[in-house]
Structure formats: structure tokens, C-alpha cells
Design a protein. Structure first.
Length: 125
């Protein structure tokens, strides 16, 4: 066995094909994806809703929302739902799930730019 094989992380999940880290990433991603159906997420989006407006150039209608941070107006493609109190790193699935599926008071609609800046600051701390 080569020295590089000796230091490999054991693959204990998915019939020996995944490491524990890969498994955790898979479950975390699946849980975050299910957040799309969480009713308080939609309530936070509803609170930020300004109205439907028509684009002067394309003549298409689009829903508009107000960013909670910069307070500018954005279409639905440029708005995201953010946890005011970040989820961060959790030591247990129970804590991660509790923080992820929070109530509407801990959620806010933010534009993509503000969300990126806020997330970067949170990760630096």
C-alpha cells in the first residue's frame, strides 16, 4: 500500500464509497434544499413584497421586493432569504435543523449582493 493510501480518510458510508464528511455534506445540502418549502421562508418573502411592475423595455411583469439591508428594490431573481442569526457550524443535527428551520422573525429578504457581503463577514468571524 502506498503512503498516500495510508493517510486516506476512511469511507464508511454508501457502501464504502463516501467519507463521513461527504455524507454530512450530502445531508446538509438536502436539508438546505428542503428549506424552499418551509412556510416561514415564504412569509418572509411576502413581507418584502412591494408589488408587480412592468419593465419598460421588455413590457414583462415582474414581482419586486425590498432588500432588508440596503432597502433597494429587486426582482425575485435577485432576492434571497437569509437567516438574521446565522446558522454557522453546528455540533449536532438537532441544532442544525433547529437553526435552519427557524420562524419568520429570524428570516429576511436580502438582495444577492447584500447576502454575499453578509455571509462573507459572518464566515470571517
Amino acid at each position: 500500500m502506498s503512503s498516500s493510501r495510508k493517510n486516506e480518510t476512511p469511507k464508511t458510508r454508501n457502501d464504502g464509497q463516501w467519507t463521513e464528511s461527504r455524507f454530512k455534506g450530502f445531508v446538509t445540502s438536502a436539508l438546505r434544499g428542503s428549506m424552499r418549502r418551509w412556510p416561514p421562508k415564504w412569509e418572509a418573502l411576502k413581507k418584502a413584497f412591494i408589488g408587480v411592475k412592468i419593465n419598460k423595455k421588455s413590457k414583462r411583469k415582474a414581482k419586486h421586493y425590498k432588500c432588508s439591508l440596503c432597502e433597494k428594490e429587486f426582482t425575485s431573481t435577485n432576492i434571497q432569504i437569509d437567516h438574521k442569526d446565522p446558522i454557522g457550524t453546528c455540533n449536532s443535527w438537532d441544532l442544525f435543523i433547529e437553526k435552519l428551520f427557524c420562524e419568520v422573525e429570524n428570516l429576511q429578504a436580502v438582495c444577492k449582493t447584500c447576502h454575499k457581503i453578509k455571509t462573507k463577514k459572518e464566515q470571517a468571524n
